[in-house]
Design a protein around this ligand. Sequence first.
Ligand SMILES: *Cc1c(COP(=O)(O)O)cnc(C)c1O
Length: 361
Amino acid sequence: MSRVYNFSAGPAVLPEAVLKEAQEEMLDYRGCGMSVMEMSHRSKVFDDIIQKAEADLRRLMGIPENYKVLFLQGGASLQFAMIPMNLMKNRVADYIVTGQWAKKAWQEGAKYGTANKIASSEDKTFSYIPDCSDLPISENADYVYICENNTIYGTKFKKLPNTKGKLLVSDVSSCFLSEPVNVSDYGIIYGGVQKNIGPAGMVIAIVRDDLITDDVLPFTPTMMKYKTHADAGSLYNTPNCYCIYMCGKVFEWIESMGGLEGMKKHNEEKAAILYDFLDSSNLFKGTVVKEDRSLMNVPFVTGDQEMDAKFVKEATAAGFVNLKGHRTVGGMRASIYNAMPKEGVVKLVEFMKAFEDENLK
Ligand SMILES: *Cc1c(COP(=O)(O)O)cnc(C)c1O
């Protein structure tokens, strides 16, 4: 067996300890004689799994009592529609467009009402976070929407926007559980789990309970009402059982690593190693404004497409995989999520240094 250093933006690296535990439990989950993949979602064994996963997530994030935790399918992308369907009472929402994911959410929101783009960083290829201290928030906005960590461009909101009292909805897919958050700052905080938590195919939505009502847009499908899932404890229909089980294991792993404070320290250390190198390199350079840099997704370029391609090719051969940048930006991107060990980043930087020496003669 030989494992690579996987810098994929998602689905992405998982903690090796978690994969090994899942392997050990694959054929016989704790003496019940079957795999978690094979058991009823209504069984006592699975009920224990989902209850413990939720309790552990609540403890990790300090989720207040008045928020529901929902394990939903359809990925983060389905939330782009579920959010307006459930929240657009006035049919008005404000969107801050800082990348492709926020843009998609904004475009989807516009199908259900007036979706105002109140700020954007598209003028400079989304390489920064706009000043959000005094935006023209609409008087009757049902919510203000952000994508907190921009997976493709590598920027992150270091400070939440001033929503002037309006509800904040945030997509945290690519920074979920990477550092402490104050859940009470949000109406909804949600993310697809395949970036930083588990396998693909699920989204976790943490929703303030006064937002979970029958007062949704009239055509909202039953499956797209938060209330349907909240009333049934995420078991209205068959959920992604195996994914819930894997996420639960990752929550335990994060706890063992010192919780979200521990994760933040670990992530800051890793990111500093890579950014310090990029700032001192004569070949590679980061593509985003320093103060808005993400701890999770680090895009960089050489400025020469052929050199970029050569780097990606040689890195792959050396066991540093999935470093090619998103098709819309080019260059490279190293996603260094929670589960990427510090050693992976140290070795990547050593490899980049050697490549630079070799190619900058
Ligand atoms: C990956 C990603 C999405 C899309 O997730 P899906 O689960 O594939 O729908 C949405 N938002 C952000 C920030 C992402 O990184």
